[in-house]
Design a binder for this molecule. Structure first.
Ligand SMILES: *Cc1c(COP(=O)(O)O)cnc(C)c1O
Length: 399
């Protein structure tokens, strides 16, 4: 079955849901078992790792349907749904780490993941070393006897550096470490982590899977070998997701294969248009042919999403505000992956240590939504005009 078909059929079985096309939204804590035998059988099935309906927290038709759909598309053995992308990161890490262990973490990782390393994991006695995204097989030189997790995210958050995941995974596996990937940017549609050596893949399903900016959701998908650790960790931490959010996740999932090509196309057009602007001094987008990560993106990825960044010429804050405050189509806000365009002034200097980012550099992260590209360009064009005016006014005042 091809991916577009999987997106439509995976995890659904109308014959088991009164013929309804979509899975039911099961609101449940208690599940009533009619007999002692039935209760024992349900518990035994759960112990055999079957998708048994035993208790609300341990899975319902709504959660299993969503999880099975994600596992099928991403190509993993099983998936565990958790309440946010960050919860998914947390489960993946805690499943494989204990006091005294060491983590190799990419320097361009999503900021809150770094906070998990510097906060909870440090307190627990887990040490983290941050490596540069382009390290490739040289990561072997950073492996210590106690390195238990090698964590990758490609492209990197905010600056979109690619990583040679097969090379990194091979080096990590040679020393017995688990490879965890944050695969949110590409979604399960455009990168297949389990064919590239990854053991555990994390999705902030909040982004493209939900796809409509109306729910928080995360998934942890694992190989057959890694699955028991992931499952037990999520269970022991007590994670479960409310059925309405799971429903929104599976609802968004069904249109992933038509939404993403449009985000990809508009993102490329917008990035290319921005690149030609005199105010823009750099574009960070691995699907652009002259991006340093392009060759790896082309080799390993099946497509691109709509998230990228540009660097602007030095601009005082009042001129940035003049540009950003009055945009009509680009909302200013965190998260991404919904149908709408976004722009955020980002500050990588807060997060980087292996390669510090100069705080004076101005980085704008864009999410290309599903609007018409001409409306988006006109909106930004007007923003650049307001910026220019504000710069002129500032200059006149200084003169
Ligand atoms: C947003 C994001 C997360 C966290 O997802 P939440 O659902 O907001 O917790 C994790 N990784 C990446 C790359 C993200 O962009």
């Amino acid at each position: 079955m091809r991916d577009e078909t999987k997106v439509v059929v995976a995890g659904r079985d109308p014959s088991k849901q009164y013929g309804a096309v979509n899975p039911p939204v099961v609101h449940a804590s208690t599940i009533i078992h009619p007999t002692l035998d039935a209760l024992d059988a349900a518990n035994a099935a759960r112990a055999r790792d079957e998708q048994a309906i035993v208790y609300g927290r341990s899975g319902t038709p709504t959660s299993f349907s969503f999880e099975n759909a994600v596992a099928a598309l991403e190509g993993g053995h099983r998936t565990y749904a958790v309440p946010s992308g960050l919860a998914a990161v947390t489960v993946a890490m805690l499943a494989f780490l204990k006091t005294g262990d060491h983590v190799l973490m990419v320097d361009t990782v999503y900021g809150p993941t770094r906070k998990l390393c510097e906060g909870f994991l440090k307190k627990m006695g887990v040490e983290t070393t941050y490596y540069l995204p382009e390290i490739g097989s040289d990561i072997a030189g950073l492996m210590k006897p106690n390195t238990k997790v090698v964590y990758v995210e490609a492209p990197g958050s905010l600056t979109f550096e690619m990583q040679d995941i097969p090379a990194i995974a091979a080096a990590a596996k040679a020393k017995g470490a688990t490879v965890i990937m944050d695969n949110t940017w590409a979604s399960p549609l455009y990168f297949k982590p389990f064919t590239k050596g990854v053991d555990v893949s994390v999705q902030a399903a909040t982004k493209y899977i939900v796809g409509h900016s109306d729910a928080m959701l995360g998934t942890v998908t694992a190989t057959k070998e890694a699955w028991p650790m992931v499952r037990d960790c999520a269970r022991e931490l007590g994670y479960g997701v409310g059925p309405d959010d799971l429903y929104l996740g599976q609802r968004g999932f069904r249109t992933l294969a038509v939404r993403l090509p449009q985000h990809w196309k508009t993102g490329i057009e917008l990035a290319t248009w921005l690149k030609a602007r005199p105010e823009v001094i750099g574009v960070f987008h691995p699907a652009l042919p002259d991006d340093p990560g392009h060759a790896i993106w082309k080799r390993d990825f099946l497509g691109a999403s709509g998230l990228f960044a540009v660097e602007l010429e030095a601009t005082p804050r009042h001129a940035m505000a003049a540009m950003l405050d009055n945009l009509h189509h680009f909302g200013m806000g965190f998260s991404w992956g919904g149908f709408e365009s976004l722009v955020v002034w980002q500050h990588p200097e807060v997060y980087r240590t292996a390669r510090p980012w100069d705080a004076k550099r101005i980085l704008l992260r864009f999410h290309a939504g599903l609007e018409n590209i001409e409306d988006l360009k006109e909106d930004l064009e007007a923003g650049f005009e307001r910026r220019k005016k504000a710069l002129g006014a500032g200059k006149a005042a200084a003169d």
